[in-house]
Design a protein around this ligand. Sequence first.
Ligand code: FBP
Length: 561
Amino acid sequence: MQICQIKYTNLMQKSPLQIARQSYQPKMPVALQGAVRLVEGEKTQSVADQEEIKKLFPNTYGLPLITFEPTTGKNTCAEPFNVGVILSGGQAPGGHNVICGLFDGLKALNPENKLYGFLGGPSGLIDGKYQELTKDIIDEYRNTGGFDIIGSGRTKLEETWQFDNGIEICKQLGIKAVVIIGGDDSNTNACVLAEYYLQKQCGIQVIGCPKTIDGDLKNEMIETSFGFDTACKTYAELIGNIQRDANSAKKYWHFIRLMGRSASHIALECALQSQPNICLISEEVEAKKMTLNDIVEDIVKVIVARANAGLNFGTVLIPEGLIEFIPAMRVLIQELNDMLANNEEFTQLDGDDAKREYVKSMLTPASCELYRSLPKGIARQLTLDRDPHGNVMVSQIETEKLLIEMVQKRLAVLKANGEYKGKFSALNHFFGYEGRCAMPSNFDADYCYSIGVNATHLIAAGKTGYMSLVRNLTRPAAEWLAGGVPITMMMNMERRNGKMKPVIQKALVELDGAPFKYLEAHRAEWASPHTNYIYPGPIQYYGPTEVCDQPTRTLLLERGK
Ligand code: FBP
């Protein structure tokens, strides 16, 4: 196996804020500020499908929870060791700080320890593309957004040959542990890899870190994934700016789709921060078995009521995964997923019309009817390639435009009937990529750095199949708790690419949870013809703690704050 080190060149020019942030020292839990003592807790079990998960993960199932407690002295490792790190999936603010924390943690254990970055995501491990991350490189990336230090990718680690390549490359580089920084799918990969390496007794540990702006990698132990805080604050700032513009010009309805894939956590958090006129929540749409027409009807009611009060403007937040939560659409998408999985015949068809005809011939009558009723553009977007994990790429489906079109049609009918006298002029927006690489908020900078340092303690303790765990996050950073949670604890069986697979259970918005309840209790007031907008303003890095260090409203409400 030919491995290849790619040399880093620094061509970056920096803004004054970037220069100032380079010397920001992330705040850390007391437990990680000095030497730690490992305390083993309860044995764990998976969230669901215990028997199947146990069978598939005989070596990593049921491991105990781990807590690191502060102790006296110094943690050192007499024998130096090397670690490889992978950034996996979509960018999320703070990824660089996880790597910086890993680097500093490793050097504190033994200055001879080395950190290698695998380039371009999991494929870097398989293809042997890496770079040693030295102090000069690390210092360039402290407290910065982005994943450009080593790049990211969505290659799924699932084949034995990939795992075996990984072993060979790690052996060549003397790597004792691989750290995978990723979302639910990437941490599922981490768990599969950890299990395989234990079965093979190759001595390579695998540790996961909870990343994703989507906020759906959370559970009993993981309070939030990193990046959610910064991304939401960035979008909320933009929404606030738009609301102020809307309230000044008083002539546009803004339909704003927000990233987040399936779960509506981002839309909900942005609504809590900015108080829009309407915020759709996919999980509620599903629970109430709403159709597209029901959703349109709800939006139209608000538009008409505001128009009656002379207000022909407003904001609508739309979670990007909405379409998948409309029950009939979900059936259609599931049929499309199964049909598209490894379908050479479909990929080889020439032109949109041929593809459309083929799709229609493969669907059940009800789904075919729905597919035909959609605007052609949206129908085509539904058949675009899935990501390597079998997910529909919802970021490419323009639901906001679909809704505008449907609302426009409905208002035209009402106008013709004399039931609507307003003026509807709508603008569409999609906020996603704008927030994924933002400079991490203090919360994310501190959280991520702690996750990285904490991972080095898990590695030094010989642990594998664990996710680096930092919690108690609504308290000041010094009071955060550190430790590890077995990844198998978060798993269940789900249908992917037409087959049942073990995967980390996604956390969707809970309709009986405090964040949604808050929205539910206030949305009529926010929709009403009064101005209830909040303009959150940009993320602040320097200043009073209540301005600079606050976690998300979601986290505060979930913790009863
Ligand atoms: P992860 O789940 O990998 O963190 O990615 C999150 C996300 O930003 C989603 O919100 C979005 O749907 C998707 O990535 C977009 O993917 P891509 O970067 O491939 O366009």
